[in-house]
Each structure stands twice: as structure tokens, then as C-alpha cells.
Design a protein around this ligand. Structure first.
Ligand code: ADP
Ligand code: ZN
Ligand code: ZN
Length: 728
């Protein structure tokens, strides 16, 4: 006898850090929803939102053990499209991370909760023929209604637009709808109405043509253009073509690259406002942005890392600006590279992806070098401005004032006297990175991290920049009671003080996380810079990205020497990228720019190659070295990271994990302490898996991770797999 056809089983991803999905039965009497649909389930004693990852025929568990889902909050509308389910399924397999966190990462925060709902499609109101007839007649006693109707007669309007006409718009509108003078319709997506841009230079035009020619096919393009070479103009021209054909496009930018300046430039040039999304928005705003992507109203989305996972059914082009930027890699939880996943998404969709930068990451550089990516070089500044001139100062030969050499001081003075602006860069905030006793050598260390506390003079606090713990600044040495505490080294706060004393009366604007806390503060400061009066800018990395300050003609790089001796093999690459990004702020407009680099190693090979032969030669040299030493991109790596309060647990777990590592082409190294072994009170170590073949690495990881999960200590420590790690 044949068994009766049984009910399908829903395989559900839940936002829990377990490396598995959970099986549930559909709602009693209801059909199974499509994969991608959200469900609400009871998990333990909690009510959780989940996502159906798969509708399966059966389960490993007996049917009577399976619970039913509690509801389908969005009805039959899947929150994740099948395209995203495929992509996220790939991410899950590739990054070996807990599926719940992978799938939930793609949802806006409100939809991760059982109470959240996909918002209904917005509507707009349009006048009917009957409404127009009514308007032709005398107004009568319904003044307010007619005023609203007149407004709608000018063109379809949305609720928020009508609210501006009258506070009682809702009541009035109901009347108009009742009389059938007005009807509802879905709003039209924003219309493209491009404004003319500058005429493209030959190399820009060539890049546009090649990218446009690949629309409709998967192709990776490296747009390798120096700062100010007109990469953004290239994006705009290609976007115009994509949008004109009814496609959607996605522009990903680094966390601190998403400025109002950038958004208004796109709005001005394309004639409509792009949808913007990033983690600084409210949950409601993020849901709105997501919904606009889902329902097709968003034509262009500009966003940070996680915007990559927006549901865009007509997606035709992905652009990553500043592709080398570290913020494209998520550094906690689900550790994915949005650059690599963007390439995968483009491949799945058969669309081009553009990686733009002045300083390609070595991974991208190598792909272009090997001919896997189309390589477009823009080597001139588009405005015709000259590239800044470099001056390298040997610190051995300089007299210093609070971190700034006499030569640099003089250059700053000349710049200000000429009515121009100077930028002083140091990637370290606070007053001094260490406070120490000159009697006994005591220094203020963070009690929870392997790091010194930074002295913040104005706020009179010691602050750990790694775990944010703070303490008052001691007056006497806590170890020997001597009155001999002094700061060592400089931070931006000290530079500000030194410069203010040296250049009294000159406006001084400091840009770092301490001064730019409030929303809009950065914008306010940068508007002041753009007014063009002589002033001094002091700041960290925050100043390095994409800003266009026409009057800045001098950049002083106070110190980047730490990179030269760093144990991190990527430190030099990052140093070169940062140097050129910062230098790119100088002389962007009509006035020629100069960059002063203060260093103890003026003849270091990397520095001379970078400054004399340019980034391409610099990257090529690093590439050679990585090839010789068999490091990424010539090897594939993954880490098993572990941290816990107890060091013995960490080491015990990693030793157990090491013992169950399967044999194969990939080798296992370690355990090693993390570069910062203790952070926030937790001890951090890792195992390194490395192979010259990606397939070996993944095969062994797939075998290994379930074994690791079953280890006795696996529940006592925090652990995570980090595929293609960027830090150690
Ligand atoms: P990037 O994105 O490479 O830093 P942008 O696209 O922002 O460069 O261009 C830098 C400046 O040059 C901008 O002010 C831009 O308007 C201008 N620009 C870009 N392309 C051209 C061009 N073909 N002719 C004249 N000016 C241009
Ligand atoms: Zn002391
Ligand atoms: Zn700390």
C-alpha cells in the first residue's frame, strides 16, 4: 500500500548562532509557503522570526517531533527572492557561518523581528475625468476639498505630499475618493532626467564604452584611476545607460564615503534622488529603503556594505567605489567580503560589476594582472590639475614641535599666507597614545586589552580605543607617586593644540571620531572648509576619502612609519593606499598641490617605489613578494578564530580542533595568539588553514567545521570561521 502523500517540511533559518537550520511544519491547513518567506516560530520559549530556506519533502526528525510555524507575517510574499536565496546559500557554504546569521544579514533589522512586517506598496492619488469635471464647476461650500483636488490635478501625489497641503488631508481625501473624483494607483518609479556633465576625456570614454558594451553579461571591470581622474563621471555615464533602459543599479561605497555631497551630486546629475541606505539610518528608514528596492521603486541604491543584499529584481549593474576599502569586509559575526560577494552576485545575474579605486587591493590587482578583469586606467586628473608634488622629510634631520617638523611648519605658514588651506593627517586621535612616568617607567595600560590607554587631554580621560573603557588621568604616578607623568607621542588633539599655538587666529578644524560624533557635524565642518577661507584641517582617516576641498594645496602626513615594521603582511599595502588617498586631497582644483611625508625611513624601498614609480609599480612589487612567499592572493586562507575569558579554554579548544583537522592539500598552522591577544578582557587566538588551491581549502573546511562543532570545548568558547581573513 502506498503511504499517503505527506505534508512538506519547512527548513527554517533562525537568527541564532547555531550552524544549522530547523525543521517546522506549515500552518495547519495552509499550503507550504515559497522558500524565502518569513515565518514566526516558537523556539525554546521564545517567539522568533525565521526565513524558509527550503521546502523539503521530509525531515531527519520524526514528524510528530516537529512543531508547526505560528504564522506567515507577510502572507505569501517572500522577503527573500529566489536570486537572493541562491546567493545567500552560496555565502553560507562559502563562509561556513551559521545560516541564520547569513540569511538574516540580508533583511532590514525590523524584518528580523517577529513583529515586523513588509510594508504595503505605497500608492499615489490621481484625478479622474469626473474630478476634472467637478473642478470646472463653481467651488461651492467645499473649499478645502477643492483645494486638495486642485493640487492633485497638477499631477499624481503621494500621502506625504498631500499632508503638506492640509493637515486634515486624510478626511478630505476620503471624500474625494468617495465621489470618485480621485483614484489610487501605484506610484511610478522616479524618472531619469539627466543633466549634462563634462565632456569625457578619451580614457574615460573608453572605460564607459567598454563597461556599457558588457551590459547584459557578467564581466568584472577594474576602474583604476588616480584621485580626481573622473571615475565618478564614468559611473554616472554608465548609470544613465542602465537606468534609461529601465534597469536598477547598486552603488556600494565605504562607510565613511557616503556623504551628503556624494548623494547630491548623483541627484543633480541623474535628475532624481537615489535611495540611500546605511547602518546609521533608523530601523524604519532602513525598512523603507528595503521596501523601495523590493517593489521596484528604487532605481538606484547607494549604500554601504549590507546594501549588497537588497532585493533588486531588475539589477543590471553593481559598482563598488573605493573597492580596496577595509569597510567592505564585515569584521564580526558573519565575516563576508561585500566585494567578493558582489562579484558572485554579478556572475549569478550575468551583469557587469565595476570596481573603482585609485589604489586597487592586491586581490583585485592580481585578478586584473591575470586578465580575469578588464583593466581601465585613468592616469590624469580630469580637471587638468597637476598631480601633487611629494616632498619626503627625513625626521632624523628635523627639529620637531609636537609631532610637526620645522620644515612642515614653514610650509604650512606659507600656504596660509598665500590664502590657501593645509591639511595635517595623523591616523591617531587623542592627545598622546601613551602616558608614562619618567621616574619609574610605569605607563597606563588598558586593564582589559593588550593596549595602552590614550590620553585625551581636554576631556581629562584615559581611553582605550579597543574596548572603550575609560579612567581618569592620574595626577601622580600610581606606581611610584612621582609627579613625573608625561604623554609620549602625538594624536590629533595634540596636533590641534600645537598648530593653534603656532598659528593663532587661523581657523582650525579637527576631523576625528571625537569631534565628529554628531550626525551632520562632518558636513558642517566640510562646508566651512569649502567656503575657501584660509584654514587648517587636522584629522584622521576620516579626511582621506573622496572629499573635494578645492582650496587645500598642502597635505602633511605626520607619521605612517608603524606600517613598515608591522607583523601584518598587508600593512605595507594599506600604507600605500592610505598615503595616496590622503595625498589625493591636495591641489584638486586649479591650484597645484604639495604633499609632505614625514618619516624615519625616507629611503625605504616601498616608499621610493610608490613615490617615484606610482601605485602600479608599488603593487606589482608587493605582488611579486606575495608570490615568492606564497601569501594571498597566491594562497587561500581561512582562520578558526576563538576567544574566551579563560586562556586555557581558548588554547584547549584550538588544540582539540587541530587534532581533528582532516588531511588534504590545505595545511594547518598554529594556534597563534591574535595580534592583539587580549581585547575587552577576552583572550583571542586562532588556527590558520592555508592552501594554494581554493577547492582543497573548502573541502577540508567542510569536513572539519562539523567536527569542531562537536568538540567538548566548543560550547565554552566563542569561535567563528573567517574565510579570506583580512586581519589576524
Ligand atoms: P574621481 O571619482 O576619480 O575622484 P571625479 O569624477 O570626482 O573623480 O572628478 C574629479 C573632478 O573632475 C570633479 O570636479 C569632476 O566634475 C571633474 N571632471 C571629471 N571628469 C571631467 C572631464 N571629462 N572634464 C572636466 N572635468 C571633469
Ligand atoms: Zn612612576
Ligand atoms: Zn581596552
Amino acid at each position: 500500500m502506498q503511504a499517503p502523500p505527506s505534508e512538506p517540511v519547512l527548513r527554517v533559518a533562525l537568527p541564532v548562532p547555531l550552524r544549522q537550520c530547523f525543521d517546522y511544519l506549515p500552518l495547519e491547513g495552509a499550503a507550504a509557503p515559497a522558500a524565502g518567506t518569513r515565518v514566526v516560530v516558537t523556539f525554546g520559549h521564545r517567539s522568533l522570526a525565521g526565513v524558509v530556506v527550503e521546502v523539503a519533502a521530509g525531515s531527519d526528525l520524526p514528524r510528530e517531533k516537529l512543531a508547526r510555524v505560528t504564522s506567515y507575517p507577510d502572507g505569501e510574499l517572500p522577503a527573500l527572492t529566489s536570486e537572493l536565496l541562491d546567493l545567500l546559500g552560496w555565502c553560507w557554504r562559502y563562509y561556513k557561518h551559521a545560516p541564520g546569521e547569513v540569511f538574516f544579514n540580508a533583511l532590514p533589522p525590523l524584518l528580523r523581528k517577529p513583529g515586523g512586517l513588509i510594508p504595503p506598496l505605497p500608492v499615489q492619488y490621481r484625478i479622474t475625468a469626473a474630478g476634472q469635471e467637478r473642478l470646472a464647476q463653481p467651488v461651492g461650500r467645499v473649499h478645502a476639498q477643492m483645494r486638495l483636488l486642485k493640487h492633485i490635478n497638477r499631477g499624481p501625489a503621494t500621502g506625504p505630499q498631500l499632508r503638506a497641503v492640509s493637515t486634515s488631508w486624510k478626511k478630505l481625501l476620503d471624500k474625494l475618493l468617495e465621489q470618485q473624483w480621485v483614484c489610487t494607483e501605484p506610484p511610478a518609479p522616479a524618472a531619469l532626467c539627466p543633466a549634462a556633465g563634462p565632456e569625457l576625456l578619451a580614457e574615460q570614454q573608453h572605460a564607459v564604452d567598454e563597461i556599457a558594451a558588457s551590459l547584459g553579461d557578467f564581466r568584472c571591470h577594474l576602474l583604476d584611476g588616480i584621485t580626481g581622474s573622473g571615475k565618478t563621471e564614468v559611473y554616472l555615464k554608465v548609470l544613465e545607460q542602465v537606468l534609461a533602459r529601465g534597469g536598477q543599479a547598486l552603488l556600494l561605497v565605504p562607510e565613511i564615503g557616503l556623504t551628503p555631497q556624494l548623494v547630491s551630486r548623483f541627484t543633480r546629475r541623474l535628475g532624481f534622488e537615489p535611495v540611500v541606505t546605511h547602518s546609521g539610518l533608523s530601523e524604519g528608514q532602513r525598512l523603507q529603503a528595503w521596501a523601495m528596492a523590493r517593489n521596484g521603486l528604487a532605481r538606484l541604491v547607494i549604500g554601504t556594505r549590507s546594501a549588497l543584499f537588497l532585493p533588486l529584481s531588475e539589477l543590471r549593474l553593481i559598482i563598488l567605489d573605493e573597492e580596496h576599502d577595509a569597510s567592505f569586509k564585515q569584521q564580526d559575526g558573519f565575516r563576508y567580503s561585500s566585494r567578493d560577494v558582489a562579484v558572485k552576485r554579478a556572475a549569478n545575474l550575468g551583469i557587469p560589476v565595476v570596481l573603482g579605486t585609485a589604489t586597487p587591493s592586491l586581490e583585485t590587482f592580481n585578478n586584473a594582472h591575470a586578465g580575469r578583469y578588464a583593466w581601465h586606467r585613468l592616469r590624469k586628473r580630469a580637471t587638468g590639475a597637476a598631480e601633487p608634488r611629494w616632498r619626503v622629510l627625513d625626521l632624523i634631520q628635523q627639529t620637531m614641535h609636537g609631532g610637526i617638523s620645522t620644515t612642515a611648519m614653514d610650509a604650512i605658514g606659507k600656504t596660509l599666507a598665500a590664502g590657501e588651506q593645509a591639511l595635517v593627517f595623523l591616523n591617531r586621535r587623542g592627545y598622546a597614545p601613551v602616558i608614562l612616568c619618567h621616574e619609574c617607567g610605569w605607563h597606563a595600560a588598558c586593564p582589559h586589552c593588550d593596549a595602552n590607554m590614550t590620553w585625551h587631554r581636554v576631556s581629562r580621560r584615559l581611553l582605550c580605543h579597543h574596548c572603550d573603557c575609560t579612567a581618569p588621568v592620574p595626577i601622580m604616578c600610581p606606581a611610584c607617586d612621582a609627579d613625573a607623568l608625561q604623554g609620549a607621542g602625538e594624536g590629533t588633539e595634540q596636533l590641534e593644540k600645537t598648530l593653534a599655538e603656532r598659528f593663532p587666529g587661523v581657523p582650525l578644524l579637527r576631523f576625528d571620531r571625537d569631534t565628529v560624533r554628531k550626525k551632520g557635524e562632518f558636513h558642517r565642518l566640510s562646508e566651512q572648509v569649502k567656503e575657501g577661507e584660509p584654514c587648517l584641517l587636522v584629522g584622521t582617516q576620516m579626511l582621506a576619502k573622496g572629499h573635494h576641498f578645492p582650496k587645500v594645496t598642502l597635505v602633511v602626513i605626520v607619521n605612517l612609519d608603524q606600517a613598515i615594521f608591522s607583523a601584518d603582511f598587508r600593512a605595507l599595502e594599506r600604507m600605500g593606499q592610505l598615503m595616496l588617498q590622503v595625498a589625493g586631497r591636495a591641489g584638486r582644483d586649479q591650484l597645484p598641490g604639495e604633499v609632505i611625508l614625514q618619516t624615519h625611513y625616507p629611503r625605504h624601498e616601498s616608499i621610493t617605489t610608490l613615490l617615484e614609480s606610482g601605485y602600479e609599480a608599488f603593487a606589482a612589487a608587493i605582488r611579486k613578494e606575495r608570490q615568492t612567499t606564497a601569501l594571498p592572493p597566491f594562497a587561500y586562507q581561512a582562520l578558526l578564530r576563538c576567544d574566551a575569558l579563560d586562556k586555557d579554554d581558548v588554547r584547549g579548544f584550538l588544540h582539540q580542533a587541530k587534532r581533528c583537522f582532516p588531511a588534504g592539500g590545505a595545511a594547518l598552522y598554529g594556534p597563534f595568539p591574535a595580534m592583539m591577544e587580549r581585547r575587552g578582557g577576552r583572550t583571542r587566538w586562532y588556527l590558520l588553514v592555508q592552501s594554494s588551491e581554493r577547492s582543497d581549502l573548502h573541502r577540508q573546511l567542510d569536513e572539519w567545521v562539523p567536527r569542531v562543532q562537536g568538540l567538548p570545548l566548543a560550547r565554552k568558547v566563542r569561535w567563528v570561521v573567517d574565510v579570506d581573513p583580512q586581519d589576524y
